[in-house]
Design a binder for this molecule. Sequence first.
Ligand SMILES: C[S@@+](CC[C@H](N)C(=O)[O-])C[C@H]1O[C@@H](n2cnc3c(N)ncnc32)[C@H](O)[C@@H]1O
Length: 248
Amino acid sequence: MDSEFCDALKKKFDQIVIFGAGFDSRAERFDHLNKSTKIFELDAPITQQEKLKAFSKKKINVLENLIFVSINFNKESLSKKLIEAGFETSRKSMFLMEEVTIYLSSTAIDSTFSFIRHFSVKGSLVIFDYVNAGVLRKENKYHGEKDIFKTVSRAGETWTFALEEGEIKSFLGHYGFSLKDHSNALQLEKKYFRNPEGKILGKINGTHNIAIGSRRSSTALRYQGQIVITSPAMCGILPIGATRRTFS
Ligand SMILES: C[S@@+](CC[C@H](N)C(=O)[O-])C[C@H]1O[C@@H](n2cnc3c(N)ncnc32)[C@H](O)[C@@H]1O
């Protein structure tokens, strides 16, 4: 994800939107590459307050181009909040979600990706990680899977969303994106965890994948230059209801 983030900065994407940013530090770590990209971090007010406290403790100034958007996804309109914060709907954007899709209900996944679809112009990118559906079925097929639910429940969390192997293309297609790149854990190990002699230096949990989608064309409705969506249900992430669905 770091390399895609850097690539977007180098290519001068207008905007990067980070959903559920938490303590994401990409804006600071890669600021030297940022010429003009606005970065919007979306998260719950309490998390952002903690982050700002940590910044202040470490004497880190908030960057000029970094915009914190406090939101409760379950209750507030994503589109309203983002536009009020200065997001421009007609500009090329990257939408990034790390460790977020797994916690969303299928309804919330649908509203989030519908939102991204309606707020993306051609060439915009979405990058996110997701879990293989077999993991939720506890099939124990992947490295690191065995005790993963103990860790998840110890943290008081529940995993709700996953995709079948091979389903990513139709999932993205459903939301107007084509699959630009996709890596499972083995591919990530080969790409990032090899020494110059080609030896794999570390194992990654096989449960997760990273996908990148590229927006095929913009079909969004426009009103006075800004893209608008009409259904409030598309504007926010809605609460739980974790039935799976097929995308075609
Ligand atoms: C698992 S963390 C991921 C954080 C970060 N992306 C990372 O990879 O380290 C999920 C994030 O989603 C945020 N979040 C969860 N529910 C939320 C809600 N209803 N509204 C806004 N943010 C929420 C949490 O505050 C948290 O920062």
